[in-house]
Unconditional design. Structure first.
Length: 106
């Protein structure tokens, strides 16, 4: 599993039948900043992921990938490699809260 920030969405009007009706998001994985452990830092990569929870742009999400992405009831028959399995509320590192969803919404 890893944390990623939703940066956009993908619309594909032509796709395999099993993917019709499934929301696709563009996400950017984040990691602990090695120079400043009080914040998260982008890895510089992007992924397209299936979203079954309704995450929105700007939110941090918890992803799983590979065969694990097809272990939820909603995704077991889908040709996917990553899926949103949670919307992150808070991230704590050491003694600090480095992300709080409530503060980022305000």
């Amino acid at each position: 599993m890893f944390i990623a920030k939703v940066t956009g969405s993908v619309v594909a009007t032509q796709k395999v039948d099993s993917m019709v009706g499934h929301k696709l998001l563009v996400v950017e994985p984040y990691r602990v900043d090695p120079d400043d452990r009080s914040r998260l830092k982008s890895t510089g990569r992007t992924f397209v992921t299936a979203d079954t929870l309704g995450a929105g742009v700007g939110e941090y999400v918890l992803l799983t990938q590979g065969s694990s992405a097809r272990l939820t009831p909603e995704t077991k028959q889908l040709p996917i490699d990553t899926v949103v399995i949670g919307i992150v509320d808070t991230v704590h590192l050491d003694q600090a809260c480095v992300y709080d969803r409530q503060r980022s919404i305000s």
